[in-house]
Design a binder for this molecule. Structure first.
Ligand SMILES: Cc1cc2nc3c(=O)[nH]c(=O)nc-3n(C[C@H](O)[C@H](O)[C@H](O)COP(=O)(O)O)c2cc1C
Length: 219
C-alpha cells in the first residue's frame, strides 16, 4: 500500500556493499516516469550512473556528499527544458490523443504553455514537474526495500558560479544547454537498517480550514 511506503520512507545515506539490481533500478525509474506532469509534458531525463569514477565526480559536484560516491547506483534527474519546444510538446500531446486544433491551442496559450512566458517560468514549471517524478521514485524504492537519498544540493547552473566544473559534469552526462542536472537520487541497501523517525511540523501548523489559521477538524 502506498501509505506504508510514505510512512516508512526516509533518507538513507549509508549503504551496504549489496548492489541494487538493474531490474530494481528499472522498476524505480518506471515509477518515476508514471508521474503526472503539466499537460503531460514530462520534462525530464534520467541517467543511471554506476561507474565509480563518475560517482566520485558527482559526489564532488554535490559538495563531497558521501552517499553519492558510496551509492550502488545513482539516478541523475535532469530538468529538460527542451521538452517544451513546440515539436516535442506537440508530439507528447499527439501520443495522448489530442487533435491538432487542441495541440495548437495549448501551444499558443500562455496559461497552458509556460515556455511562452520566458525562461524563468519554463524553468519553474520544469523543476515543479521533476518533484513529482522523484517523489514517485523514492516511494517505489522504499517499496522494494531499497534505501535512497534525494541529493538536491548539487552544483548546477542555478546553484553555482563554478562554470568549469558544471561544464565537465554536463559533458560527462552528455547534457545540452537546456538540460540541467536537477538532483541525484542515490540508491543502495541501508547499511544498518533502522525505522524511519519522522520529524515533521504538527498537522495544525500547516493545515487550515477555509482560511489560514483556522483548524481543520474531522467531524
Ligand atoms: C529537493 C530535495 C533536496 C534534498 N537534498 C539533499 C541533499 O543534498 N543531501 C541530503 O543529504 N539530503 C537531501 N534531501 C533530503 C532531506 O534532507 C530529507 O528529505 C529531509 O530531511 C526529511 O527527512 P526524510 O527524507 O528522512 O524524511 C533533499 C530532499 C529534497 C526533497
Amino acid at each position: 500500500m502506498v501509505l506504508n511506503a510514505i510512512i516508512n520512507r526516509k533518507s538513507v545515506r549509508s549503504y551496504s556493499e549489496k548492489p541494487v539490481s538493474d531490474g530494481d533500478i528499472k522498476s524505480i525509474l518506471e515509477a518515476g516516469i508514471m508521474a503526472p506532469s503539466w499537460v503531460n509534458v514530462q520534462p525530464w531525463q534520467f541517467i543511471v550512473v554506476k561507474n565509480q569514477e563518475h560517482k566520485d565526480i558527482l559526489s564532488k559536484a554535490a559538495g563531497g556528499q558521501k552517499q553519492v560516491s558510496s551509492a550502488s547506483a545513482l539516478i541523475c534527474c535532469v530538468a529538460d527544458m527542451t521538452a517544451w519546444e513546440a515539436d516535442k510538446f506537440s508530439k507528447v500531446m499527439e501520443k495522448q490523443g489530442r487533435d491538432s486544433q487542441t495541440r495548437e491551442y495549448i501551444l499558443a496559450s500562455k496559461m497552458l504553455n509556460p515556455s511562452l512566458l520566458g525562461e524563468y517560468e519554463t524553468l519553474l514549471r520544469t523543476v515543479e514537474q521533476m518533484s513529482y517524478s522523484i517523489g514517485y521514485m523514492t516511494l517505489r524504492a522504499e517499496e522494494l526495500g531499497i534505501g535512497c537519498c534525494i541529493v538536491g544540493a548539487v552544483s548546477n547552473e542555478l546553484t553555482s558560479k563554478e562554470e568549469g566544473s558544471i561544464r565537465s559534469v554536463k559533458e560527462m552526462l552528455g547534457l545540452g544547454e537546456k538540460q540541467i542536472l536537477h538532483s541525484i537520487l542515490a540508491l543502495g541497501y541501508e547499511k544498518a537498517p533502522s525505522a524511519a523517525l519522522k520529524s515533521r511540523k504538527n498537522f495544525d501548523e500547516v493545515v487550515s480550514f477555509e482560511k489560514i489559521g483556522n483548524k481543520f477538524q474531522v467531524v
